[in-house]
Design a protein around this ligand. Structure first.
Ligand code: SAM
Ligand code: SF4
Length: 460
């Protein structure tokens, strides 16, 4: 990456539902017609493993739909699968190391005749490194994020021309659903491989998003998460993200969105979070660093005080809401003073949680070639200092919830310990003892709180 200035999102490439001049989703069998006896994958099994962010989880949902439509039965263990699909993340090196480990194991299972075919999809599939991995591990199919749709043909379905199709929603759509509103990213953050592997921003038309959500809600979905690398950069035919969010909040009983970029986050959106009953009062706004010098080096396009100002708008709009962020420690050139400024910002913003990442050089990004590499021991110390600061704040804030009565949306039903995992309207994760099914609400009193989660008991 060579740009030295941050490239703010400009006019998005607009994707029509059916690209002109080619086979489209037309011949693709509808779920009711597919997956039967005569289906190409009838009698076969497939296993999908997902690494990385919600966008990958959602892409896996779409691929799951394809294999089901082709007649494959889904299994959880590699040993039982005719086809294994690894849907991968390339954002940090440790994610790639994990995938290499899985590919090694799959090579062995293939030699033993227990797995027949292996597909590598997602962000690694879109990276240059995919070619050498394909050779080393003899992978049958490599697909990037732009041509995931080719899996359809691979499993014997008619050819499709686009990966995104509202006709092919994820399968986890019973009570909660991810809805992609944009793909790609027009920024060029110094450290980030996403624009290389996911391409430039493409926004979906508002009507298409709202139409999909209306269908999901009619089918019983109670919680919709709008997805994109920079969701708040969404724009289409003069309409902006806040217009879309407001429209969605009118039709969805519960809505959240991720991930946002501080440069695109408008006050109107922050106020809507507080004002609109159906929007979960939870904001994920990655800051990356509290130092203006580092933010400039990273090409983030904002200063720390601008970020603080946005947070104060959010806190005013939704005082009970939760705020999370992403922080990178040890980016090349980060000094002790830069780190101190990050700690100060963490104190000021009182994050409820944070994803803290040690800088991982990605080949092809600007930061990978920058001088000023921070030694591992220092990175580790800074990592722990930021983590401690976040957790202390989070713990203090969570304590304030104890004794309160909350309506909790059950996300995952009870496990063996009898506890379900839910979410409050303020966006807190809660463990609650209940038999209630996912997708329903329970009323519960918060009994205690740790730094990451609240513990609640249902009220009668
Ligand atoms: N689009 C989002 C944004 O700009 O805030 C983030 C997308 S990225 C997949 C998720 C997070 O991974 C980033 O916010 C950043 O903190 C982290 N990340 C990305 N590249 C990284 C790298 N090379 N090393 C360490 N962390 C990285
Ligand atoms: Fe885009 Fe986010 Fe990566 Fe920056 S960190 S390039 S905004 S995906």
């Amino acid at each position: 990456m060579s740009s030295t200035t941050n490239e703010a999102p400009t006019a998005p490439i607009q994707l029509s539902r059916k690209p002109p001049g080619g086979p489209s989703v037309g011949p693709y069998p509808k779920p009711a017609e597919s997956g039967g006896q005569g289906a190409p994958g009838a009698g076969k099994t497939a296993c999908i493993r997902t690494f990385g962010c919600q966008m990958n989880v959602h892409d896996s949902d779409r691929m799951r739909r394809m294999i089901q439509d082709a007649g494959y039965a889904e299994v959880q263990r590699y040993e039982e699968a005719d086809l294994v699909i690894l849907n991968t993340c390339y954002v940090r090196e440790n994610a790639v190391d994990r995938v290499r480990g899985h590919l090694g194991e799959l090579s062995r299972l293939r030699r033993e005749g227990r797995v027949k075919k292996v597909a590598l999809t997602g962000c690694i599939g879109a990276a240059e490194e995919a070619q050498s991995l394909q050779k080393t591990f003899d992978i049958d199919l490599v697909l990037g994020t732009h041509n995931t749709y080719e899996l359809a043909e691979f499993v014997g379905l008619p050819t499709m021309r686009e990966t995104y199709t509202p006709e092919l929603p994820g399968t986890e759509g019973e009570h909660s659903a991810f809805v992609t509103i944009m793909t790609g990213c027009n920024y060029q953050c110094s450290y980030c491989i996403v624009p290389t592997v996911r391409g430039r921003m493409i926004c979906r038309p508002l009507e298409s998003v709202v139409g999909e959500i209306e269908d999901l809600v009619a089918g019983g979905t109670g919680y919709v998460t709008l997805l994109g690398q920079t969701v708040d950069a969404w724009r289409y035919e003069g309409r902006r993200f806040c217009d879309l969010l407001e429209a969605v909040s009118e039709v969805a009983p519960r809505v959240w969105f991720t991930t946002s970029h501080p440069s695109n986050m408008e006050d109107r959106t922050l106020r809507a979070i507080g004002e609109r009953d159906t929007i979960v009062k939870r904001l994920h706004l990655p800051v990356q660093s509290g130092s203006d010098r580092m933010l400039k080096l990273m090409h983030r396009g904002y200063k720390a005080d601008r970020y603080r100002r946005k947070i104060s708008v959010f806190r005013d709009a939704a005082p009970e809401g939760t705020l999370s962020t992403d922080i990178i420690v040890g980016h090349p050139g980060e000094t002790e003073d830069d780190h101190e400024q990050t700690l100060r910002l963490v104190e000021d913003c009182e994050f409820d949680s944070a994803y803290i990442f040690k800088f991982s050089p990605r080949r092809g990004t600007e930061a990978a070639a920058l001088p000023g590499i921070v030694p591992d021991a220092i990175v580790q110390r800074r990592f722990l200092e930021v983590l401690r600061a976040v957790e202390q704040n989070a713990f203090r804030r969570n304590q304030r919830k104890v004794g309160g009565v909350e309506d909790i949306f059950v996300r995952h039903g009870a496990t063996e310990d009898g506890k379900a995992i839910g979410e409050t309207w303020s966006g807190h994760a809660v463990h609650v003892a209940t038999e209630a099914a996912p997708g329903t609400y329970v009323r519960a009193t918060i009994q205690s709180a740790g730094p990451h989660v609240l513990y609640a008991q249902t009220t009668n």
